[in-house]
Design a binder for this molecule. Structure first.
Ligand SMILES: Cc1cc2nc3c(=O)[nH]c(=O)nc-3n(C[C@H](O)[C@H](O)[C@H](O)COP(=O)(O)OP(=O)(O)OC[C@H]3O[C@@H](n4cnc5c(N)ncnc54)[C@H](O)[C@@H]3O)c2cc1C
Length: 334
């Protein structure tokens, strides 16, 4: 079995950045990705546009040329694939990692199909997009319920209930409303989340004022049935029923805590933030690193491509025994 210098788990922007840094340092590397290259971005809403300017999500020092300022999902998919090809990254797609074990100074990475790979160092860059927050209510697994929003045309001339009031929920609500969808946003607090992108706020609030997007604030969904959802007002306890052809539960995502634990990484019980050194990104398991959004615990909005792409540089400096230049962004945020 080939022994790699570094195995990277996850082929998102931050995992690819780690692969590039390994290649630049002359280390043999393997990126294990459970889906396609930049699988999370591939599964983002089809019509989405990044909020970051293109240059802020570049990796490997390769310019990201687009005709506008902010990239679309398609442009980002093209860009990251091209960068991976340019650096000849050694990537094995559709290979899901189940766990990592360390014996002596060597790591064995086990896939869900029973294959194993060995390395001196392992970098976990598995992001957060696979674990949507669950409501934990009856009916959440019905076929008309989804924890991901894909594209608007599927929903035209239907009634859609969106659960959640952060960026994903607001963006979906606006896009759906503009595609002839009857949208209602349900949220257990009294307003949209204060973290919603500032330029979306006037748009969504004005649509609500006009009655074009409906809201049920201070309400929680208690049960989902094939054509309706049951609500409870969290202040009065009053119950009601809303018709719903589709339900989109867009209340955020969290890193896969059980995967991290299976690799021996300790997590803060409250924040789910892994134990790691903020300068070197090495976890409590020597030689095992976290990189990108996976290290954000429940604060997934604090680490994104713009700042997560920097982690790889510090990790590789540490692996190479060089002086590690701190990633200031991270220290300020987490
Ligand atoms: C709609 C939307 C818009 C966004 N816009 C921006 C923006 O404008 N600017 C910005 O900076 N950030 C943005 N973000 C956030 C950004 O996309 C993420 O922070 C970023 O993808 C994190 O990169 P990553 O490499 O850490 O994780 P990911 O991109 O999530 O990559 C993780 C990879 O690991 C793989 N993986 C997971 N588990 C396993 C396993 N067990 N075995 C093997 N592979 C595994 C996944 O398939 C995935 O490909 C946006 C997010 C969303 C949802």
């Amino acid at each position: 079995m080939q022994l790699y210098d570094v195995i990277i788990i996850g082929g998102g922007p931050c995992g690819l950045a780690a692969g590039i840094e390994a290649a630049k340092n002359g280390l043999s590397h393997l990126i294990l990705e459970k889906g396609s290259i930049t699988e999370s971005i591939r599964r983002y809403p089809k019509l989405m546009r990044f909020f970051s300017t293109a240059e802020n999500i570049e990796i490997g020092g390769i310019p990201f040329p687009i005709s506008g300022v902010k990239a679309t999902r398609n442009e980002a998919l093209q860009y990251y694939r091209k960068v991976a090809a340019y650096y000849k990254l050694n990537t094995k797609v559709f290979t899901e990692v189940d766990r990592v074990e360390k014996e002596g100074e060597l790591f064995t990475v086990f896939t869900t199909t029973g294959d194993t790979f060995s390395a001196h160092r392992v970098i976990m860059a598995t992001g957060y997009f696979d674990k949507p927050r669950q409501l934990g209510i009856p009916g959440e697994d019905l076929p008309h319920v989804s924890h991901y929003y894909d594209e608007p045309f599927r929903y035209s001339f239907t009634k859609v209930v969106i659960v959640g009031a952060a960026n994903s929920a607001v963006e979906a609500a606006l896009e759906l409303y503009r595609h002839d969808v009857d949208v209602t946003v349900v949220h257990r607090r009294e307003d949209f989340k204060p973290t919603v992108k500032y330029w979306l706020i006037p748009d969504v609030k004005n649509r609500v004022k006009e009655g074009k997007i409906k809201t049920q604030f201070n309400s929680r969904v208690t049960r989902i049935e094939p054509h309706q959802v049951h609500l409870e007002n969290v202040e009065t306890g009053e119950t009601s029923v809303l018709p719903a052809d589709f339900v989109l539960v867009l209340s955020g995502y969290t890193p896969d805590a059980s995967l991290l634990r299976r690799c021996g990484i300790e997590l803060d019980p409250e924040t789910q933030i892994p134990t790691f050194n903020k300068q070197t990104f090495e976890t409590n398991v020597r030689g095992l690193y976290v990189c990108g959004t996976v290290l954000a615990g429940i604060y997934t909005e604090k680490v994104f491509i713009e700042n997560g792409r920097e982690h790889a540089r510090a990790i590789l400096e540490h692996i190479m025994g060089k002086e590690v230049q701190p990633v200031k962004e991270l220290i300020d945020r987490i």
